[in-house]
Design a protein around this ligand. Structure first.
Ligand SMILES: Cc1ncc(COP(=O)(O)O)c(C=O)c1O
Length: 397
């Protein structure tokens, strides 16, 4: 599914030199490497500020805290995402509002968000002092947290339009989407008020451990995030805010500074693999056995994951494993049906696209160092599975 050893071999000398530099400096937290990474990634994403943090989860937490979101507030987000998206909203004491996804892109559907607001909310006031009150819970909707799932930017034009109309903040969960662009050419993480990135090792830009970053072009928010990152401390031992320890360490930043130089090259590799899969899986797709991922027109998908919908997904997964092919299911249970969110009272069937995706999605290997022969092997194995199993005309979702 993912072999990071080949990537490491190519950059080993430079990474080791960078780590040695940190060891010699004996400066381990929020030093020159972190500052360099923050500047480089702000520039890369087209934002004015970058704030390095300890993980993607902490980036989301910090963004929510900086926007003052907490008890009595609600945040609209996708039901089909990694747990951290919904988990952080709940951790600051706010209520996650899960909306359904678009069946083609797996991203939060602006139409479903509009529907939720029109059906369940009362909008009070005018302009920036508008309040969006969730009628059945009494909570104030404060923000939208779209997730650029698998490396593809959400329909941000429509989501920003909703947010601007209603005076909501937008926190982009860009954990999987560094370098991705929307149809207007804007980079993931630069469109909303705050962008949140993860550098977990499986991400396109992966650290040697946990790391993350917030981006923003709002100077006030940047300042607040920098202070909240160190326990709300400014100046030393004076705490005007209650923050946390969200600090990024120098060794992770040093590794990321080296890897950032190769990020676009790796992205191009992933893109070439996605094209090859689309070609090699054409027959299986035409037979209705799999549905290939849809890259929105004009945008730039960075293929952190190449995810198909597959009929009899779990059997296919086993068949691929027997042929030496690793796969993954991102994600088998949508957030609204997770046990820890039972208190939110969602029911099975309520968000049908997220639930259908959870039963059908299968992520295939797409890391840059894969060879064309390996991709042929994956696609050929998929084709053999369906040919051996049933006649193509019997496939239906
Ligand atoms: C969509 C999404 N959000 C948030 C996160 C959390 O990032 P991290 O694992 O760095 O805390 C991840 C990473 O796994 C993710 O994929």
């Amino acid at each position: 599914m993912l072999d990071l050893t080949q990537q490491y071999q190519k950059i080993a000398a430079e990474v080791q030199a960078a780590i040695t530099r940190v060891c010699r400096s004996q400066q381990f937290i929020l030093g020159a490497e972190v500052r360099q990474l923050e500047l480089s990634l702000a520039r890369y994403t087209g934002c004015e500020h970058g704030i390095g943090v300890s993980s993607g989860t902490d980036a989301l937490l910090l963004a929510l805290m900086a926007l003052g979101i907490g008890q009595g507030d609600e945040v609209i987000t996708s039901a089909f995402t990694f747990f951290a998206t919904g988990g952080t909203i709940a951790r600051v004491g706010a209520r996650p509002v899960f909306c359904d996804i678009d069946g083609d892109t797996f991203n939060l559907s602006p139409a479903r968000v509009e529907e939720f607001i029109a059906r369940e909310c009362e909008v009070r006031g005018e302009g920036p002092v508008r309040q969006v009150i969730h009628r059945s819970t009494g909570g104030r909707v404060k923000a939208i947290m779209p997730v650029h799932l698998y490396g593809q930017v959400c329909e941000m034009d429509s989501l920003m339009d909703i947010a601007n109309r209603l005076g909501l903040h937008v926190i982009e969960d860009a954990a999987q989407a560094i370098g991705a662009r929307d149809g207007t050419g804007q980079m993931a993480g630069s469109i909303g008020h705050i962008g949140c990135f993860s550098f977990f090792p499986t991400k396109n830009l992966g650290a040697f451990g946990d790391a993350g970053l917030c981006t923003t072009s709002d100077r006030g928010l940047a300042e607040r995030m920098r202070i909240l990152r160190v326990h709300g401390m400014e100046p030393k031992y004076h705490h005007s805010l209650i923050g946390g320890n969200f600090r990024l360490d120098e060794i992770q930043a040093a590794v990321l500074n080296v890897k950032l130089k190769v990020l676009d090259e790796w992205r191009d590799g992933r893109e070439a693999h996605a094209r090859q899969y689309a070609e090699r899986l054409k027959k299986s797709a035409a037979a209705g056995a799999v549905v290939l991922p849809v890259a929105s027109e004009g945008g730039h998908h960075v293929w952190n994951q190449y995810v198909v919908r597959a009929q009899r997904r779990d059997e296919l997964r086993q068949y691929l494993a027997a042929a030496g092919v690793g796969t993954e299911v991102y994600y088998p249970i949508p957030l609204h049906l997770q046990r820890c969110f039972a208190y939110l009272d969602y029911r099975t069937g309520q968000l049908p696209e997220a639930e259908r995706a959870a039963h059908e999605v299968l992520a295939l290997p797409v890391f840059p160092e894969l060879t064309p022969a390996q991709i042929d092997h994956v696609a050929g194995t998929i084709q053999r599975f369906y040919m051996a199993a049933v006649a193509p005309s019997q496939h239906s979702f």
